[in-house]
Design a protein around this ligand. Structure first.
Ligand SMILES: [Fe+2]
Ligand SMILES: [Fe+2]
Length: 165
């Protein structure tokens, strides 16, 4: 029978003579991932809000309201993940994950947005796995809800790109 335990921030699998601490994940590592998530949310909040503000042409006008909504959702993600970082004793990044440019073409913008969502999905799935291993179910649940939003955004940008072609 397999039993997962947390002992000194190590994942202990099994018990007695079968006890192995093979997976050595620390809370500190999850905190680093959450700090990266905040910096990414900061980046996309600004990115989508700027895209919303700088819209041009019929295609962009058509999705302009959705872009504003998505930008606000990303800001709410920033708040939720940021509060968790504070709770866990981490530091809030004050700069976006990386600098970015708003592409000229509609297709370029959508492709970049799709990539942002894909990167977020990848990172958040990792955080969910690590939170689960650490027995931090509140963080796991919070990130599962945020992941569902990012999948919706991903789907939205893909559909917009497909319909525009
Ligand atoms: Fe987000
Ligand atoms: Fe998103």
């Amino acid at each position: 029978m397999r039993k997962d335990n947390l002992e000194n921030n190590k994942i202990i699998i099994g018990s007695g003579k079968y006890k192995i601490s093979s997976v050595n994940i620390k809370k500190k590592e999850m905190l680093g991932m959450l700090e990266e998530a905040v910096a990414r949310e900061l980046k996309v909040s600004i990115r989508y809000m700027y895209q919303h503000m700088m819209f041009k042409g019929v295609k962009e006008f058509a999705i302009n309201e959705e872009l504003e909504e998505i930008a606000i959702t990303e800001m709410q993600h920033l708040e939720k993940i940021g509060e968790k970082v504070i709770y866990l004793g981490g530091n809030l990044p004050t700069m976006p994950y990386e600098d970015f440019a708003i592409q000229d073409s509609f297709k370029g913008k959508m492709m970049a947005d799709i990539k942002e969502e894909e990167d977020a999905i990848k990172l958040y799935k990792e955080i969910i796995k690590v939170a689960d291993l650490l027995g931090d179910f509140a963080t796991k649940e919070m990130m599962m809800k945020i992941l569902a939003d990012e999948e919706e955004h991903h789907d939205f940008f893909i559909s917009v790109l497909e319909e525009s072609e």
